[in-house]
Design a protein around this ligand. Structure first.
Ligand SMILES: Cc1cc2nc3c(=O)[nH]c(=O)nc-3n(C[C@H](O)[C@H](O)[C@H](O)COP(=O)(O)OP(=O)(O)OC[C@H]3O[C@@H](n4cnc5c(N)ncnc54)[C@H](O)[C@@H]3O)c2cc1C
Length: 484
């Protein structure tokens, strides 16, 4: 089949809908349900964009298996040009969603590309990983992933939770596969994905007694026994009043596995504590970090543009501290841009001639972005202040008996109320809406706990040799009696 178009994605989702619950309502067709369909439409646009004439060159490549054109987020890079091709692909999708859909499927294709490259890690299940990667590449499937256990008792190990299967674990084996029971959080985009990848990620490292929870596998979202309990959707119907929430609310949910059969060919790690504790060796952060940095850069560009325009409208852009804070946002944008390019330029081929992005500069962005984003949202609030709250409740007011009030009191220095309200509604969706709050939480946590991430990658595993060598060089040059 190869790379899909939007209509292929929608058709498949209509035929194989995940079992999603929003409150007491079971969603039977995510492609038409008013709270889910807007996100589906946005994803469909991404699939369509792969085929646009001016983008095709970096969005697609020839499958090494079938010769069909497939998505570049599955490209195994054999040169720095290939890395650049992947970057351009991620950028097109990030710009199409203004960086607001963190789990557009190029995120998971990026992760799976690393799993494929390093599939030997999976030992006797390595072929399962390789076959699965080729299957999702050739069918251009949309994946979500669920790693985290339900937040029930973080003080105890998986095997010590109130119920044996609070956390997802193996109930028994059959000839066909394994039966699993329990739950996982949070499947962002789960209600409109085709497939999910499951693997455990714990702050508290599992020990041998937690072996039955040490599993990884992939399944279609509509597998019998799998159901998704969605959070409250933030989707709104008016694009004018909620330009982001109306189009890009990627719904998150808890996935429940009710004695679900996972066929053997979909099992990647099986009751193997050692492997789940060393999954970092796959270096998937190199590809996911590449994708997420490019996406964050785009999102910050949208926010910077929004505040630059908004402050021009009310002339607060003349004040130095306002300029300083806008400069803070553009500083982050440029640091990301530099890190992404550095990750490509300093990439070294592995023994098979494969180039993965250098993860070190990308880690620096991941460990900063989770702090920058809350600060950037705060800057929008500090700069636009009450302007974020004084917008009329909805666009109908322009066709009401009080329209003249709006045109008089909601105009800007040199701009009509129509244009100003439109822009400030966008700013409010970023800075003060429920959708905007979820985005702050997302950026803080999407890659894991910010503090532990920074300790692990910027301190414990950080290559300190250059820093230490510099100090040693200086110290070696003088003794107690050294004078100038
Ligand atoms: C909007 C959003 C979308 C997400 N999407 C996905 C997704 O698509 N797929 C997915 O798999 N996950 C997803 N996540 C989950 C995300 O990976 C987790 O939120 C993140 O890893 C933190 O885990 P937690 O939320 O369980 O917090 P917890 O681990 O419960 O942490 C809560 C607090 O307790 C502290 N704490 C917890 N355990 C320990 C410990 N052992 N030692 C010391 N301190 C501890 C933490 O530091 C933190 O301050 C998403 C999260 C959000 C908010």
């Amino acid at each position: 089949m190869g790379a899909r178009k939007g209509r292929d994605y929608i058709e498949r989702l209509k035929n194989y809908p995940p079992e999603t619950w929003i409150g007491n309502e079971k969603i039977t067709d995510p492609t038409t349900h008013p709270l889910v369909a807007p996100a589906v439409k946005s994803i469909a646009r991404l699939y369509d964009s792969q085929w646009e004439t001016d983008k095709k060159e970096h969005m697609l490549f020839k499958s090494p298996k079938t010769g069909d054109l497939v998505g570049s987020s599955f490209l195994v890079p054999k040169s720095k040009d290939d890395l650049a091709k992947r970057r351009k692909m991620h950028q097109v999708w990030a710009e199409e969603t203004y960086g607001m859909m963190g789990r557009s499927t190029d995120f998971m294709s990026a992760m799976m590309t690393a799993w494929y490259i390093n599939s030997d890690f999976f030992g006797k299940y390595a072929d399962h990983v390789r076959n699965y990667f080729e299957y999702i590449r050739e069918n251009d499937l949309y994946l979500t992933h669920v790693l985290i256990d339900p937040q029930v008792n973080r003080g105890k190990a998986p095997s010590e939770q109130p119920d044996e299967f609070t956390y997802l674990g193996v109930v028994r084996e059959t000839d066909k596969g394994i039966i699993v029971r329990g739950a996982k959080m949070l499947a962002t985009a789960g209600p409109y994905a085709d497939e999910m990848l499951v693997w455990p990620f714990h702050l508290r490292k599992p020990t041998e007694k937690d072996y039955k929870y040490a599993i990884s596998f992939a399944l279609p979202m509509n597998t019998p026994g799998v159901r998704l309990i969605a959070r409250e959707p933030f989707t709104r119907d008016s694009v004018y009043d909620h330009p982001l929430a109306s189009q890009f609310d990627e719904l998150d949910g808890v996935v429940v596995f009710d004695d679900v059969l996972v066929p053997w060919e979909r099992v990647f790690i099986y009751q193997d504590v050692e492997r789940v504790n060393t999954v970092w060796k796959l270096n998937s952060n190199a590809f996911t970090g590449h994708q997420t940095s490019i996406r964050l850069q785009t999102k910050l560009q949208l926010i910077a543009g929004t505040v630059i325009k908004a402050t021009e409208m009310v002339n607060t852009n003349q004040f130095p501290h306002v300029q300083d804070m806008m400069g803070e946002i553009t500083t982050y944008i440029e640091l990301i841009r530099a890190a992404v390019l550095a990750s490509e330029m300093t990439s070294e081929p592995n023994q098979d001639g494969i180039y993965m992005p250098n993860v070190t500069p990308l880690y620096a962005i991941r460990n900063s972005g989770n702090r920058w984003y809350p600060r950037v949202r705060e800057i929008v609030q500090l700069i636009l202040a009450g302007g974020l709250m004084y917008q009329p409740s909805n666009a109908d007011v322009f066709n009401s008996p009080i329209a003249a009030d709006i045109r008089k009191y909601y105009r800007g220095a040199e701009v009509s109320a129509d244009d100003k309200v439109k822009l400030f509604k966008l700013a409010a969706d970023i800075a003060v809406s429920d959708f905007g709050s979820r985005h702050e939480l997302y950026e803080r946590f999407y890659a894991g706990d910010p503090m532990f991430l920074r300790i692990q990658t910027q301190y414990s595993a950080y290559d300190k040799s250059q820093c230490l060598a510099l100090v040693d060089k200086l110290l070696s040059k003088y003794g107690i009696s050294e004078k100038v």
